[in-house]
Design a protein around this ligand. Structure first.
Ligand SMILES: Nc1ncnc2c1ncn2[C@@H]1O[C@H](COP(=O)(O)OP(=O)(O)O)[C@@H](O)[C@H]1O
Ligand SMILES: [Mg+2]
Length: 181
């Protein structure tokens, strides 16, 4: 679950990106945040991930207030979340397979687990045939699906996608509930 209590974010430049946001997304809920460009959607996601600090208010993730979370605990917070970034953030010098495998490697998954899990998740997003390609050899929608595969590969309790309806990979993201039923 994700709860915001009176959360505001003012950047150092003075831009008020999020103003007094309060909401609760419960486990199992599928939720859309809609707003014009520059209205603060990506900032809100960065606050959830603790990539940015809220200027005021409280953010509670899975029952824990993350406001005073030690920096050393932030990686553990992020492990509970699968994130598809607006710009995908793929590693350009790694293949599709290795981009996904790397996400498992950094959480110390066993080689055996990685070799079993990565082909399964690539098949789920329809990219089995592209496993040996590099990100710059893929379409935007395909790159988004690699990002989705990477977001899902460690079985996170929540999936967060920034602008999921913009690229052709979107039907996989919007169909996520069906995949995991
Ligand atoms: N790192 C930053 N520093 C200063 N201002 C920022 C930064 N990131 C975003 N902003 C500003 O915050 C506002 C919200 O941006 P953003 O969250 O990216 O909106 P959206 O994702 O809805 O398009 C915009 O006015 C943007 O210019
Ligand atoms: Mg954005």
């Amino acid at each position: 679950m994700i709860e915001f209590r009176n959360v505001s974010k003012v950047y150092d430049t003075g831009t008020k990106a999020v103003k007094n946001a309060s909401f609760l997304i419960e486990k199992g809920e599928f939720c859309f945040l809609v707003g014009t460009s520059g209205s603060g959607k990506s900032t809100l996601i960065k606050l959830i991930l603790k990539e940015e600090e809220a200027t005021s208010g409280n953010i509670i993730i899975n029952g824990k207030d993350t406001t005073f979370l030690k920096p050393s605990r932030v990686p553990y917070l992020r492990r509970s979340m699968g994130v598809v970034f607006q710009d995908f953030r793929l590693l350009p010098d790694k293949t599709v397979y290795d981009n996904v495998a790397y996400a498992m490697y950094i959480v110390r998954a066993t080689g055996r687990h990685i070799r079993r899990q990565v082909p399964m998740i690539l098949s789920l997003v329809g990219l089995s045939q592209k496993a040996k390609m590099y990100p710059n050899e893929l379409s935007g929608g395909e790159q988004q699906r690699v990002a989705l595969a990477r977001a899902l590969v460690n079985n996170p309790s929540m999936l967060i996608a920034d602008e999921p309806t913009r690229k052709s990979g979107s039907r996989y993201i919007l169909g996520y509930n069906e995949f995991t039923k």
